[in-house]
Design a protein around this ligand. Structure first.
Ligand SMILES: [Fe+2]
Ligand SMILES: [Fe+2]
Length: 263
């Protein structure tokens, strides 16, 4: 089974450039095209938040058009730039997104790997959290299927990246501790993958591999010294392929030529 992950798409309105430099929609279109040219074509796509830039209906309509070439199922979770109810309205046939006003937590079955989505967003906040109900729900899902490998995906990483500005706005410490306790009790978690940081990162975390998928729109520069955070124009858009080989998940990061640089 091959699972493609795209993250931090940041689709804006027509004519808008992220940081005045990056045409996120054009870059996403190239990633979609790149993925659809792959052989084999991935079995599913996970889109791990910050799907659009400002959570508007117009942006979600544009996102729909950009993702239309995908022939495989696409599973969304929101990020801090999203509006989960606007996302639900724009993709009403994605019934797994659940009810208006509720967090978007769901489980995809029927594949060799169980896909578990956790919604870490808080309306109006940049950082993320998981409430007690979500943690208990996750524990229940994992306890019910101890022998089926699981992949958990969420927007805000639960671990410190060493990038100070991002660590200020990641998953809050209490939620990370509760999540870590659940993860450490369930050996079937093959991968816990996130977005939000706009870089490829991996860490051993509570007995599993936790990671961040780079952005299809732009990467942030690696600043391990101080609070500054700037986009990195020399690093290309990218996506990841998580390949289940029957034993473990092997992750490949794939860079995509963004074409002409926007100025
Ligand atoms: Fe983002
Ligand atoms: Fe984010």
């Amino acid at each position: 089974m091959i699972i493609a992950q795209i993250s931090d798409l940041h689709v804006g309105r027509p004519g808008e450039l992220a940081y005045g430099q990056f045409d996120a929609a054009q870059r996403l279109a190239r990633c979609v095209e790149h993925l659809m040219r792959r052989r084999p074509v991935p079995d599913a796509v996970l889109a791990s938040g910050d799907l659009v830039d400002a959570g508007s209906d117009e942006e979600y309509r544009r996102l729909r058009e950009l993702l239309a070439p995908f022939s495989m199922p696409v599973y969304f979770i929101p990020g801090n730039h999203d509006d989960r109810d606007a996302l639900r309205s724009a993709f009403s046939e994605h019934t797994y997104l659940g009810r208006i006003g509720e967090p978007t937590c769901y489980c995809v079955t029927g594949h060799p790997v169980r896909l578990i989505a956790l919604d870490t967003t808080v309306a109006g906040e940049t950082g993320g959290t998981l409430d007690r109900r979500q943690i208990d729900w996750l524990e229940g899902q994992l306890a019910a299927t101890p022998r089926q490998p699981a992949l958990i995906f969420m927007h805000h990483p639960p671990f410190k990246t060493g990038i100070a500005r991002m660590d200020e706005i990641s998953l809050d410490a209490a939620s990370a501790a509760h999540l870590g306790a659940v993860v450490s009790r369930h050996a079937q978690i093959a991968l816990l993958t996130c977005g939000h940081v706009h870089r490829a990162i991996q860490v051993r975390w509570h007995g599993t591999t936790a990671s961040v998928c780079p952005s299809t729109a732009f990467q942030y520069g690696l600043n391990l010294d101080g609070p500054g955070l700037q986009p990195s124009p020399d690093e290309p858009p990218a996506y990841q392929l998580h390949c289940w080989n029957g034993m473990e998940i092997v992750t490949h990061t794939v860079a995509v030529d963004p074409g002409a640089r926007q100025v």
